[in-house]
Design a binder for this molecule. Structure first.
Ligand code: MN9
Ligand code: PYR
Length: 303
């Protein structure tokens, strides 16, 4: 049996998880077990994308990232459908080490962003980078994480995907955090023929991406608004446009914030202690997060 035949396709809502920190700024692994239960029981979200943008992965040390990945896999076993570990780093050596580690702890997949200090000059160079990471976890599905707003690497994701199956046998899709719907549509089109997943990552524009046929979504807001977005996905699948739009407009009233705000909102809504973000991010004023959390509680009750 080839690995491709046993790969579980990644679909639906995936929470891009926060990294719980103590008040002193150390990773707080004790929150991860309750965090998983909260996502499953309260938000109906069954897969996670860890150590990404929302998880402040690039602000963590390699050792911290390993400890977090191990805790997510251990606590998520037999509970979560998929744990995808983001392994993007500035140094390819660090990414390779994290990829190998993810394979050793039983993660379901890995993803990488492009390095952003020294940037790849073209899509070929980026493909080569992704390939050299994937060879350290050849049996794990590999996803390219396209996020030009953060990396400044803005070549079309469709150009990165084009032909990538010839260099990376484990390639399985793209997490698309961009607003170019033409490029996104081309990624969906190309992915259909390979049975890859296209996961959308601009939460506030998800409805537009659904129309183009994305297979799922990875985002920060699904940590605390997954429940309502899940209802929207059902309405969309049932072809109920009015209800889909109404739910999405409701959702939009409390979404569209940065990591610091989202992290504090998550603490307020879930009651789990996510702690502060790590510098250079600054904590969000609690009163601001409480006001957003209040709106969320209001309309969660209405639906
Ligand atoms: C730049 C960024 O962090 N994007 C996230 C996913 O990739 C999103 O989930 C956003 O956090 C979300 O759309 C809220 O603005
Ligand atoms: C999707 C997102 O927010 C992340 O990479 O964490």
């Amino acid at each position: 049996i080839t690995p491709a035949a046993i790969i579980k396709k990644l679909t639906g809502l995936v929470a891009a998880t926060f990294t719980p920190l103590t008040a002193e700024g150390e990773i707080n692994l004790s929150v991860i077990g309750p965090y998983i239960d909260y996502l499953i029981e309260k938000q109906n979200v069954k897969s996670v994308f860890i150590n990404g943008t929302t998880g402040e992965g690039c602000s963590l040390t390699v050792d911290e990232r390993k400890q977090l990945a191990a805790a997510w896999c251990q606590h998520g076993k037999d509970k979560l459908e998929q744990v995808i570990v983001h392994v993007g780093c500035m140094s390819i050596k660090d990414s390779q080490e994290l990829a190998q580690h993810a394979a050793s702890i039983g993660a379901d997949g890995i993803a990488v962003i492009s390095p952003s200090y020294f940037k790849p000059v073209n899509a070929d160079a980026l493909r080569l980078f992704i390939k050299e990471v994937s060879t350290f976890a050849p049996d794990l599905p590999m996803y390219y994480y396209h996020i030009p707003s953060m990396t400044g690497v803005a070549f079309d994701a469709a150009d990165v995907l084009n032909g990538i199956e010839q260099v990376i046998p484990s390639f399985q899709g793209v997490k698309y955090t961009g607003t170019d719907l033409r490029d996104l549509g081309q990624c969906v089109c190309y992915s259909q023929s390979h049975n890859w997943s296209v996961l959308f990552g601009v939460d506030e524009q998800l409805l537009g991406a659904l129309v183009l046929g994305v297979h799922g979504a990875v985002g920060s807001t699904y940590n605390y608004l997954g429940c309502i977005v899940n209802k929207m996905l059902v309405a969309f699948d049932n072809g109920n446009h009015m209800q889909t739009r109404a739910l999405f407009h409701h959702y939009l009233c409390s979404a569209g914030f940065d990591v610091s705000v989202n992290k504090q909102v998550m603490s307020e809504v879930s009651g789990l202690a996510m702690g502060p973000p790590r510098l250079p991010l600054l904590p969000c004023p609690v009163s601001k997060a409480q006001a957003i959390a209040l709106k969320i509680k209001d309309f969660s009750q209405g639906h």
